[in-house]
Design a protein. Structure first.
Length: 276
């Protein structure tokens, strides 16, 4: 059965979520890209108490985690809280899925209309912001006008704000049709898919500025580092006046302080294996 994506707004939109869908990788590989240790997926069907642990009282004290699964046609997906994507370690080099894969991101904070971004080989192919898109010639945009009541303006295509229908289910339906996306509704809503912790177990802090440009914000290296090191926040900034060029070489390895993430101490309160 093809569940598509149209159901997402009805089932998940009330509480907010971040959905990452990546073509051509496994759910576990996606989990590792998001920060998980390899081999640490927790299957609720085989781990007693896992659902109560992740979704019950006290779950807010756990490290950030994702629920991951297989979508249609070779896509993997991960569901997280809206806040997870803003962690510094997600920005670090070695963690950038979008440079090498086709990625569809949906972010619904419940505070604003959902944001959708489609990235193909490092380039943005289609976006939705504030119920509108500037990608007017894209097939998804043309179908939104033809099928979903979106209106075409010189500067973009937008949903009619006067309508009681937000149009988001139509966006998800057409987006799913175009890219071949389908996320299993029952498995997601009943939380029956593998869960995995993605938050770093060691929090790294730089005790020095970037040696290349003097920037104070350094990001944990995201490639499964053998030794703690950080890279400059500008490592992938393109040539912009006043900023370092793309590939800023600044690294700090001998002035890094690491401390255990205290959230992982809460795992001792449950039957979840410590190796997870």
């Amino acid at each position: 059965m093809n569940d598509g994506l149209a159901w997402l707004d009805d089932e998940l939109g009330r509480s907010g979520y971040a959905l990452t869908m990546v073509k051509g990788i496994t759910p576990e590989a996606l989990a590792v890209h998001l920060g998980a240790r390899p081999g640490t997926l927790i299957d609720p069907d085989t781990t007693p108490g896992a659902l109560e642990f992740f979704h019950g009282p006290g779950s807010s004290k756990l490290p950030d985690w994702a629920m991951v699964g297989q979508a249609a046609d070779g896509w993997a997906f991960a569901l997280e809280t809206p806040e997870a994507g803003h962690r510094d370690d997600r920005l670090a080099s070695g963690r950038d899925l979008r440079a090498r894969h086709t990625v569809v991101d949906i972010l619904d904070t419940t505070m604003d209309p959902p944001n959708v971004t489609v990235t193909v080989g490092g380039e943005t192919e289609w976006t939705l912001r504030e119920n509108g898109t500037g990608h007017v010639e894209h097939p998804v945009s043309r179908r939104l006008v033809a099928e979903a009541g979106f209106l075409s303006y010189p500067h973009g295509i937008f949903h009619d704000d006067a309508s009681e229908d937000t149009g988001i289910p139509h966006v998800y339906r057409i987006l799913g049709d175009h890219y071949g996306l389908s996320v299993p509704r029952t498995a997601v809503t009943e939380n029956r898919l593998p869960h995995v912790f993605t938050e770093p177990r060691t929090l790294l802090h730089a005790e020095a500025h970037c040696p290349a440009c003097g920037e104070t914000r350094m990001l944990p290296y995201g490639g499964g580092t053998e030794e703690p090191r950080l890279v400059c926040v500008y490592y992938k900034v393109r040539d912009i006046p006043g900023y370092p060029p793309q590939g800023c070489p600044g690294e700090v390895a001998n002035a890094v302080r690491g401390e255990p993430n205290p959230k992982y101490e809460n795992l001792r309160l449950t039957g979840i294996p410590q190796g997870s």
